[in-house]
Design a protein around this ligand. Structure first.
Ligand SMILES: [Zn+2]
Length: 268
């Protein structure tokens, strides 16, 4: 039976099914680790399907069959656990009907490939092992990668990590996962809207976040990836301080928030 299309109208919107991050939230789930779904000019993209992504997609009455791409920033559990589940869900088209569906792409840092089971490696039309500062096509969208980032100094030369700019005819944004500062980290990417993953709220983590924001200098930041320690520190306290130190408007995200990419405002 083909179920009726119950998909919400998400045209030119992002729904943040998860705003949590780190091992603490993988365990606690006080903020979901599901990642987020973006519709850019009719193209559906899923970013960083951590634990719970499939469950939250269905809870939000979205249909995984409708995705044209999955994009992974790095291989950590809070960003990539549900990748195989999502590939399988798109492949079998359980809602729309059909199977062996291929018309979608998976963008991954090269070291994520080993996380995809042999069985699932054959399913997508294309799995793209991205390189730094490259431009890729997805329908009419341009997907551009940042430099290889540094999740934290411990992972230097041990982890591939990238941010992605998505650019359509009228809409563009940059999604940057948690990273320490690196000079010119976004290369030639210029986006007025930055979706940024927060590291811890104190010490070097905080100072590096300030440097990253100042370098990119967007007009608006949507901040997410809350770890337990940030919740203990206080999201409002952190955002007030960050806005003061960077002079840039920051919206802290909550699970389920819907951001309108046209009006640049939250809808929920
Ligand atoms: Zn993370």
């Amino acid at each position: 039976m083909i179920l009726k299309n119950k998909m919400r109208n998400l045209r030119n919107k992002i729904i943040f099914l998860g705003t949590g991050g780190g091992g603490s939230m993988v365990s606690l789930q006080k903020r979901s680790t599901a990642g987020f779904w973006a519709n850019v000019e009719g193209i559906n993209l899923y970013f960083d399907p951590g634990p719970g992504a499939m469950w939250h997609i269905r809870q939000a009455k979205l249909v995984p069959d409708d995705l044209q791409a999955i994009l992974i920033s790095h291989k950590h559990v809070d960003h990539a656990t549900d990748l195989n589940a999502l590939i399988e869900s798109i492949h079998y088209q359980m809602t729309r009907g059909g199977w062996n569906y291929k018309d979608y792409k998976v963008f991954i840092p090269p070291d994520v490939y080993g996380l995809i089971s042999e069985h699932h490696q054959k399913m997508p039309g294309q799995i793209i092992k991205v390189k730094a500062e490259r431009e890729y096509k997805l329908k009419h969208l341009k997907i551009t990668t940042t430099k290889n980032l540094i999740e934290k100094p411990y992972y230097k030369n041990r982890l591939d990590e990238f941010g992605y700019q998505v650019k359509g005819k009228k809409i563009d944004f940059l999604y940057l996962p948690e990273t320490f500062y690196k000079k010119d980290l976004a290369g030639n990417i210029k986006s007025k809207l930055l979706i940024l993953n927060m590291m811890k709220a104190t010490g070097d983590y905080y100072l590096n976040t300030v440097k990253v924001i100042k370098e990119l200098s967007p007009q608006l930041i949507l901040l997410r990836h809350w770890v337990r320690r940030t919740l203990v520190y206080g999201v409002k306290k952190l955002v007030d301080k960050l806005q003061k130190d960077t002079k840039i408007k920051i919206i802290p995200l909550k699970d389920g928030d819907v951001f309108n990419l046209r009006t640049k405002t939250l809808e929920s």
